[in-house]
Design a protein around this ligand. Structure first.
Ligand code: S3P
Length: 171
């Protein structure tokens, strides 16, 4: 199987959905945030605080290129798409799926989050603005799935189906 890269804004459910889909397909799942944290032995919020966003983006970009190049579902950090080289890498190495959800729904999930540095001390309008700015990047994905009205199970099923269709087209 070609790799699958799940992209989308913070709080859309990439990690949870990716894990469930990987189980269904009996393949491995790797989370780029987890890899960044385990390779540095630091939490993402501490990396941002100590070294800044750009440093985190460098780590994220590096991680992407050293992951296995097939048979893996890669769940990505929400900002990985902002570096064009990352988007190109993902598109060359597999199927990029953008998990969309209505920004209002996303905000409700993120409002009280304490782990994501880009949410801290930001007003709702600012986070929604970031979402808007990112859309242009996310939309470069091969496939867009709107998960706004889907339950977790339905979202998992939609991603599963999209991957199967993608794989059939590759043969
Ligand atoms: C970020 C999203 C986070 C994490 C970091 C930056 C972003 O991942 O990579 O806090 O720029 O959108 P999730 O999308 O898994 O929350």
């Amino acid at each position: 199987m070609q790799n699958v890269y799940l992209t989308g804004f913070m709080g859309v459910g990439k990690t949870t959905i990716g894990q469930a889909v990987a189980q269904k397909l009996d393949v491995s799942v790797i989370d780029t945030d987890f890899m960044v944290e385990s390779s540095t032995n630091m939490l993402i919020k501490d990396i941002f605080e100590k070294y800044g966003e750009n440093y985190f983006r460098d780590l994220e970009t590096k991680i992407l290129t050293v992951l296995p190049s097939k048979d893996v579902i890669v769940t990505t950090g929400g900002g990985i798409v902002t570096r064009q080289e990352n988007m190109e890498w993902m598109k060359e190495n597999g199927c990029v799926i953008f998990l969309y959800a209505d920004p209002e729904v996303i905000w409700n999930r993120l409002e009280n989050d304490t782990t994501r540095p880009l949410i801290q001390q930001r007003k709702k309008e600012e986070v929604l603005g970031l979402f808007g700015n990112r859309l242009l990047f996310y939309k470069q994905a091969h496939i867009t799935l709107d998960t706004t009205d889907l339950s977790l199970d339905e979202a998992v099923e939609a991603v599963h189906k999209a991957i199967k269709t993608w794989n059939n087209r590759q043969h």
